[in-house]
Design a protein around this ligand. Structure first.
Ligand SMILES: Cc1cc2nc3c(=O)[nH]c(=O)nc-3n(C[C@H](O)[C@H](O)[C@H](O)COP(=O)(O)OP(=O)(O)OC[C@H]3O[C@@H](n4cnc5c(N)ncnc54)[C@H](O)[C@@H]3O)c2cc1C
Length: 408
């Protein structure tokens, strides 16, 4: 559906039902997950809710109709995502993040590849996992640099197969639930013809993937990100997506919708922080004669925060609509949603913590969980410094750049 400033009755219903689910089911789960010290145990705590999401058709609703799924438009996705992001963003990252691995398949996969690789996710039971294995321990910002820099993972032809070796890091669910890998892994690697995307299936990974470490994240604690070594992963050549050398554009494009979604994650986090700070400011005197919102300085922070939240919501909803709807400036919308949304969230949540003061500086306080989550947003889905602003710079450096394209 084309962008509209007014939610349809169906979107309002989606918003209300997702809010109820997020507050009643995800909020208590989030508290349990955050308190668990072990990264793998934390992720496993989220698995029953993951399975419930699958049985409710959530995975399918994240896959476009052209590939057999039931995804609606960008506004539908944003409306639902904001509600989850306000309570337990980890849940949405766990469901949707792995599906970035399918983006190259939608873009350049053959009909047979779409059937084989997307099929396992069009289900209503189980907990199927994908992984978009792009990032590497040596860095990812310069993945497109020529060898010997850039992507270090190699794919060497051997008859009808590629043999893949290298290390991957940070990607959601690289290890799968059990260390033997996810159901499919889209591996960004260097083949003879250049950077390429090759899909390894679980049968290719088992016995050839070694989990070196699960990262212990300060925020988004229910997300499982690991560093793994791939050794002699033999994958049929029929699993190459597109052509050798197409991997740079496939990878850049794969992260655009998820980049746009970071603005929505940011909106959910800021909204949550605002609710907490406003409640405190309107009910707590801190020993004075009136609730602290009576002080102009407190009101100023709250007013600034609210304006930035609404601005980020508008930007990110527009970006989601544009990137999923094929808008000619969809990529630019997505990049601004990613950069502006994530940077704004960090500023706003920090300022709202100043409203509450020392009471907020306790790991059990909801603002601390939100702060640790938003610390991730400038860094994940392509860091704002090393990747995202550079992509905007490249766009604006192009002689054909149209600064008004976003207005269409
Ligand atoms: C919860 C979570 C989930 C994730 N999921 C995935 C996933 O599914 N798949 C995946 O592949 N990754 C995933 N990641 C990793 C994430 O996408 C990172 O954004 C990505 O690894 C890039 O990191 P980076 O931008 O810090 O790059 P790095 O290469 O590590 O760069 C680090 C820093 O170096 C500097 N720098 C480097 N090169 C330049 C340059 N040319 N110009 C200017 N500055 C430069 C910048 O300051 C940059 O911030 C995930 C991470 C987390 C925490």
């Amino acid at each position: 559906m084309a962008f509209s400033f007014t939610l349809t009755p169906e979107q309002q219903e989606l918003q209300a039902s997702t809010r109820t689910f997020a507050q009643s089911a995800l909020r208590p789960l989030a508290a349990n997950v955050r308190a668990e010290p072990d990264p793998l145990a934390r992720a496993l705590l989220t698995r029953p809710a993951f399975e419930q999401g699958v049985s409710a058709g959530l995975l399918s609703s994240l896959i476009p109709p052209a590939a057999g799924g039931t995804a609606g438009g960008g506004i539908d996705a944003a409306v639902a995502l904001e509600e989850v992001a306000a309570e337990f963003p980890d849940y949405f990252i766990n469901m949707a993040g792995p599906l970035i691995a399918l983006m190259p398949v939608y873009a350049s996969g053959t009909p047979d590849q779409v059937r084989r690789f997307v099929g396992p996710f069009l289900v209503t039971e189980g907990a199927p996992l994908a992984a978009m294995a792009f990032s590497e321990p040596e860095g990812s910002a310069n993945f497109d640099a020529p060898a010997p820099g850039g992507v270090q993972t190699t794919a060497v032809p051997d008859g009808d197969h590629y043999v893949i070796n290298g290390r991957k890091a940070w990607a959601s669910f690289l290890s799968g639930w059990d260390g033997d890998g996810p159901d499919i892994m889209s591996i960004v690697c260097r083949a003879p013809g250049g950077v390429s995307v090759i899909v390894a299936e679980r049968e290719h990974l088992a016995g050839h993937i070694e989990v070196e470490e699960h990262y212990d994240l300060p925020g988004l604690r229910g997300c499982l990100t690991s560093r793994v070594r791939l050794h002699d992963v033999r994958v049929p050549k029929a699993n190459l997506i597109g052509a050798e050398g197409e991997g740079i554009s496939l990878t850049r494009n794969a992260f655009l919708p998820s980049g746009a979604s970071i603005g929505v994650f940011a909106t959910g986090a800021m909204r949550k922080a605002f609710d907490v700070a406003l409640e405190f400011a309107t009910t707590d005197n801190r020993g004075g004669s009136a609730p602290i919102i009576a002080h102009q300085s407190v009101g100023d922070i709250l007013a600034n925060a609210k304006g930035r939240i609404e601005a980020t919501r508008l930007l990110s909803w527009r970006a989601m609509d544009a990137i999923l709807g094929g808008h000619p400036a969809g990529a630019e919308w997505a990049l601004h949603s990613k950069v502006f949304g994530s940077d704004t969230a960090l500023t706003v949540v920090n300022e709202l913590i100043q409203v509450v003061g020392v009471t907020a500086y306790d790991l059990k306080h909801p603002l601390m969980a939100t702060l640790n989550d938003v610390l991730a947003y400038p860094i994940i889905e392509g860091g704002n410094v090393g990747i995202r602003r550079r992509q905007l710079q490249a766009m604006m450096s192009d002689p054909g750049y149209d600064a008004y394209a976003m207005m269409q």
